[in-house]
Design a protein around this ligand. Structure first.
Ligand code: ZN
Length: 334
């Protein structure tokens, strides 16, 4: 998006719900201010204004509690201006905020307002990933398409050259973790130009190029998550190691135990006859977990492993524990 020229077109309201509701109708009321016309001054735009590294951003999104209604799509943009060359970190961020707060717009009743309350969510800049409007809520980025949307701006003009270096790498990470965390399909990534006659995110940026790069990141991220989960499972299996019995991985019950996420068998297969029919019975151990002081949040180990990414730290499970109950456990359980 061309921040300084056309940004206001995406805006039409002074609260999230009203803005979104009004947005579809605001086009007809885009007339200039009349001399002496009263202007409703909006409160200052709230931004987060923090710059995160890619790793910090992943952890941030993993832990972010997105309220309903959840976003259904992510838009990719380029700023056009500012460029990486003119980017000056926080002062550029504050400059954009001040710019947005001076913009005039009309609501659906034709009343004139000054100042937006939301903008894009992220600016991927040379110094990192800047948090702008709160990712938990709708922002503004594409005229008429801001409801349940999130907007990522790559700083720079990518009409002729593709983004590269840290701006590309961090954009891939940000797109990857957002899609993964929100359960969205990266193959349905949205470009601003899908809904406007602008080039945004730059003609040099194509879906055929960027989507496979993000898919690759997501695959590696999932692999990392899987390893984290396996670590916990391995650790728990070690804790009750002398209770668990080896099983034939091809046996129906052993396979079912793995499929159901059970920790392991604690008995051999026992043939039984029930109602004149032969059965094989085997006992398995299952681990249940509950967060301390959240006693209604009991989960099986499998459920715990399948919880949303936000609950699992990218840097590995936190295996620390209060001193009275050291964990990970090393030694005999009994
Ligand atoms: Zn755009």
């Amino acid at each position: 998006m061309d921040i300084l020229k056309a940004f206001w077109r995406g805006f039409a309201g002074d609260s999230h719900s009203r803005r979104i509701r009004d947005e579809g109708r605001a086009k007809a009321s885009r007339r200039a201010a009349d001399p002496g016309e009263p202007v409703i001054k909006e409160p200052p735009m709230e931004i987060i204004g923090e710059c995160l590294s890619a790793d910090e951003f992943v952890r941030y999104v993993e832990r972010l509690d997105f309220p309903d209604p959840l976003p259904t799509r992510i838009f990719l943009h380029h700023t056009w201006k500012p460029t990486p060359e003119t980017w000056q970190g926080l002062s550029t961020i504050l400059g954009m905020k001040a710019y947005y707060e001076r913009q005039l717009w009309r609501d659906s009743q034709g009343r004139l307002h000054e100042g937006w309350t939301a903008g894009p969510h992220l600016f991927v800049a040379p110094d990192g990933i800047w948090l702008f409007s709160d990712l938990r809520y709708d922002g503004v980025g594409v005229y008429g398409h801001n409801y349940r949307s999130r907007h990522l701006e790559m700083v720079g003009d990518y009409d002729l050259v593709r983004p590269s270096g840290s701006i590309l790498e961090n954009s891939i990470v940000a797109l990857g973790i957002l899609h993964e965390r929100l359960g969205l399909d990266i193959r349905r990534l949205n470009f601003h130009r899908d809904f406007s006659n602008k080039s945004c995110p730059g003609w040099a940026v194509t879906k055929e190029w960027i989507i496979p790069l993000v898919e690759e990141w997501i695959a590696a991220y999932r692999q990392g998550q899987h390893q984290d989960q396996t670590l916990l499972r391995q650790s728990l299996q070690r804790m009750i190691g002398d209770l668990l019995l080896p099983t034939n991985p091809q046996a129906a019950l052993a396979k079912a135990g793995v499929g159901r996420g059970l920790l392991g068998a604690i008995s051999h297969e026992v043939p039984m006859e029930i109602d004149d029919r032969g059965y094989i019975v085997q006992f398995f151990a299952e681990a249940l977990l509950v967060p301390v002081h959240q006693w209604d949040k009991v989960q099986s180990l499998k459920e715990f492993e399948q919880r949303p990414a936000r609950a699992v730290s990218r840097s590995g499970l936190d295996l620390s524990a209060p001193p009275v109950d050291p964990y990970p456990f090393e030694g005999d359980v009994r």
